[in-house]
Design a binder for this molecule. Structure first.
Ligand code: FAD
Ligand code: DHB
Length: 405
């Protein structure tokens, strides 16, 4: 009797690709597939407003910028994004400039916040009549190893849905359900936890710098970045188990001033509109595919934010996945889908190494000894003195592997 009631309340549907998660990975995948005539549904357990406001990444590699332009998502980014041709690297009380354009033959990055990428993507998908279901619950995937995997969810009104697909994309972030739906024992995980976290703030005050400042200070790392010409974003290294309640606005500003300060430079302060502590972790799961289930973005891998790579990796994964799914579903050629993990992991491991390197070079490990300190300082002196070393940083920061669509 119960079974009959549940069956009555469940609606059935069919689509080509079921996408779990309306972060940048899931939304961009849906957009790219639509450009090649493939239907999809996106299910997301948060509200549209929450997805559009969630403060996260800020920087796009040149390849990510070019891809967004190529697929019709560049108009606002080109008008309002801030192009940056370098960064400041600060240590031992001195600030040094690295000129990416000079070091890499003209490459740059664009400060275009993830909130804006997500807003543009949602607007474009909604305008195209795409199916995006916000505020779903009890998302499940089943039959991933068959040619007809199933996506189940309950919509905001309480109706249960079952969607039969040709493939499912797990774009549901680090805490999603798709990675765990792979068979036990299949996934191999390589990971590192770091003994510190980032306290990030958003403040209504014009940035005190033209380009980002990455500062290694004995009291811990600090980063000055920005959102708009009127809004600054800043980060502080804090203990891994620290709580935001322990950080008054005055304490945050004085710590930032100490860690970012150099003679003759002033940090402008203003009202803090948001503050949060985020843990730092490196994590790579492989394979990124099982049968017709594919993982993309943070669902498969996480990097510490110091290298500004997470959003760019999510964009690169779904670019490869869209290409593979178009070959599989439209041209009946399974070779790109079979090679999906290998295609992604080459870039993922380059970004994983770069993010680990930037993180360990710039943060103070609470158990650090004199040997560790001297190695960090020697490496930083080498990066600012040697063109070869500076180029290594610049070509990784701006994006080493090209992106093809
Ligand atoms: P997410 O953005 O996490 O999206 C996953 C979505 O899936 C979410 O909307 C979630 O609600 C949804 N979901 C989860 N479970 C379910 C479920 N069961 N059913 C339905 N939906 C579900 N990266 C950079 O490149 N540059 C930076 O400068 C940078 N800075 C960062 C700073 C901070 C403080 C942080 C925290 C991250 C930063 N990152 C940066 C990383 C970047 O934000 C992430 O890598 C990026 O969000 C990954 O996108 P995604 O779509 O894979 O995952
Ligand atoms: C931002 C975040 C980062 O982790 C980084 O390395 C550079 C910029 C940002 O939020 O703007």
């Amino acid at each position: 009797m119960m079974g009959a009631i549940v069956a009555l309340m469940t609606t059935s549907a069919r689509t080509q690709v079921g996408i779990v998660g309306a972060g940048p990975a899931g939304l961009l995948l849906s957009h790219l597939l639509a450009l090649r005539g493939i239907d999809s549904i996106v299910v997301e357990n948060r509200s549209r407003a929450y997805c559009e406001a969630r403060q996260r990444a800020g920087l796009l590699e040149a390849g990510s910028v070019e891809l967004l332009r190529q697929v019709g998502l560049g108009v606002r980014m080109d008008a309002e994004g801030l192009e940056h041709g370098g960064i400041y690297l600060q240590f031992a009380g001195e600030r040094h400039h690295l000129d990416f354009r000079d070091l890499t033959g003209g490459r740059w990055v664009t400060l275009w916040p993830q909130t804006e990428v997500v807003k543009d993507l949602i607007r474009a998908r909604v305008a195209a009549g795409a199916q995006i279901e916000f505020e779903v619950s009890d998302t499940e995937v089943a039959d991933q190893h068959t040619e007809a995997p199933v996506l189940r969810y309950t919509d905001a009104a309480g109706t249960r849905h079952e969607v039969t697909c040709d493939a499912i994309a797990g774009c549901d972030g680090f805490h999603g359900i798709c990675r765990d739906s792979m068979p036990p024992g299949l996934l191999r995980v390589a990971e590192r936890e770091y003994p510190y976290a980032w306290l990030g703030i958003l403040a209504t005050v014009p940035p005190s710098t033209d380009e980002l400042i990455y500062s290694r200070h004995e009291d811990g790392f600090a980063l000055h970045t920005m959102r708009t010409p009127q809004v600054s974003r800043l980060y502080l290294q804090v203990p891994a188990d620290d709580e935001i309640e322990r950080w008054s606005d005055d304490r945050i500003w004085s710590e930032l001033q100490r860690r970012l300060g150099v003679p003759g430079w002033e940090l402008k302060t203003g009202p803090i509109t948001e503050k949060a502590v985020s843990p730092m972790r490196s994590f790579v799961a492989t394979p990124m595919q099982w049968g017709r289930l594919f993982l993309a973005g943070d669902a498969a891998h996480i990097v510490p934010p110091t290298g500004a790579k997470g959003l760019n990796l999510a964009i690169a994964d779904v670019t490869a996945l869209a290409t593979a799914l178009v070959s599989l579903l439209r041209d009946h050629d399974p070779s790109a889908a079979a090679g999906y993990t290998e295609t992604c992991l080459r870039r993922v491991w380059r970004a994983t190494h770069f993010s680990w390197w930037m993180t360990t070079m710039l943060h103070i490990d609470p158990h650090q000894d004199q040997f560790g300190t001297e190695l960090q300082l020697s490496q930083l002196r080498y990066v600012i003195a040697s063109r070869a070393a500076a180029t290594t940083l610049a070509e990784n920061y701006t994006g080493y592997y090209p992106l093809r669509w």
